[in-house]
Design a protein around this ligand. Structure first.
Ligand SMILES: Cc1cc2nc3c(=O)[nH]c(=O)nc-3n(C[C@H](O)[C@H](O)[C@H](O)COP(=O)(O)OP(=O)(O)OC[C@H]3O[C@@H](n4cnc5c(N)ncnc54)[C@H](O)[C@@H]3O)c2cc1C
Length: 338
């Protein structure tokens, strides 16, 4: 276990803003976590679990204890009917798990190649990309209850997965520390190329394998998304709004080119990036924060951004999108109170 008091967070989150935490604790075993949770120094302070910090916006210095699970290891726990069950430690980097499973010839996670962050956050966020979500792979989650240090096991159904959503953001918000996640992968390759131009890109490159799918996705992501180590960012800043179909139809009279993906009969998902671009925010800068000039859904730290710069930029975008389209953009990034 490692405890740091007055810990700089600049390198502990992908926005790389200047902020400090009162305490930061790394641990790689449940017993260490339990001893932290009963330490009288922390009992009256706020707690938050942080993995890779790739979806967080610190609004300023964090006044409490940040808990960083660092459990490692990937273990095959069962093999059944053309699938393998793999239990993975919360501290494993998500993409290391994907790379290792692709190298083993196991299929299912390759479309999620290149997503930053750690395993422990994958069920919390229900991460997704290129037509696959973590929920398609997760069998179960092992966690520790922060209130009493007791182990908790959740099945797939217990997690109540939704679009970038799960029980860990609602009734179990800030209640559990995820320590291990079990995934089911296939021992046979079933390509899932239905999203965007993935099929065309993969087919143009040759014989379709999971390695090729992974490499293609990594290349597309590199072209489209800014590298957080060069321009700090937290990926998609806003979620794609889902609006009533009648609202979408009325917007089409003014904006006939507005894209929309029906989600059942009554609602339509609209690309937040399109709304941001149409309100003129693409590439605009406020202080040290800017809207990325290729991907307007990503807000970036140009090097000197403060939390206030990012908040002002985000509020300006939300106000203009609301005024233009009557749509409220909800942040995908988690704002952490100072
Ligand atoms: C360049 C870039 C591209 C991205 N692309 C995608 C993408 O394609 N798809 C996608 O879905 N996301 C994407 N993201 C967002 C981000 O990578 C995911 O949300 C990721 O799961 C966050 O993991 P993390 O370990 O960094 O979690 P953090 O940002 O540290 O935490 C996120 C949330 O999970 C909670 N949490 C973290 N670990 C645990 C744990 N062990 N136990 C309990 N709670 C925990 C935190 O309290 C917080 O609420 C991207 C981000 C960046 C910077």
């Amino acid at each position: 276990m490692r405890l740091i008091e007055h810990c700089s967070l600049t390198d502990k989150h992908s926005f790389h803003l200047n902020a400090n935490a009162r305490y930061w604790a790394d641990f790689d075993h449940e017993d260490e976590l339990r001893s932290i949770l009963t330490d009288h120094r922390f009992t009256n302070l706020p707690h938050l679990v942080v993995g890779g910090g790739s979806n967080l916006l610190f609004k300023g210095d964090y006044p409490g204890l940040l808990l960083h699970p660092d459990m490692k290891g990937m273990e095959v726990v069962a093999e059944e009917k053309g699938t393998v069950l793999i239990k993975v430690g919360a501290g494993v980097v998500w993409d290391d798990f994907v790379a290792a499973s692709v190298a083993q010839g196991w299929s299912g996670a390759e479309n999620l190649s290149g997503i930053p962050g750690c395993i422990g956050a994958s069920p919390v966020q229900n991460i997704g990309a290129y037509g696959v979500e973590a929920k398609d792979l997760i069998v179960g989650v092992e966690a520790i209850d922060m209130a009493n240090g007791q182990p908790v096991t959740l099945t797939h159904a217990d997690c109540h997965f939704g679009y970038r959503d799960s029980v860990f953001k609602h009734t179990l918000k800030n209640a559990l520390v995820v320590c291990r996640v079990t995934f089911r992968l296939s021992t046979h390759f079933h390509p899932n190329l239905g999203y965007g131009d993935l099929a065309a890109r993969v087919k143009a490159s040759g014989n379709i394998t999971s390695v090729l799918v992974r490499e293609t996705i990594l290349a597309i992501r590199q072209e489209k998304l800014p590298d957080p180590d060069i321009q700090g960012n937290a990926g998609s800043f806003f979620m794609n709004p889902v609006i009533p179909a009648a609202h979408y139809q009325s917007l089409l009279t003014t904006y006939p080119d507005m894209p929309g993906w029906p989600q059942g009969d009554d609602v339509v998902k609209v690309p937040a990036a399109w709304c941001i671009e149409r309100t003129g925010w693409k590439g605009r800068q406020l202080g040290g924060a800017a809207v990325h000039d290729k991907q307007p859904l990503v807000l970036v730290n140009k090097g000197t951004a403060t939390p206030a710069d990012v908040l002002q930029l985000s509020a300006g975008i939300q106000a203009d999108v609301l005024a233009a389209f009557g749509i409220t953009l909800k942040p995908e990034v988690l704002f952490i109170e100072a």
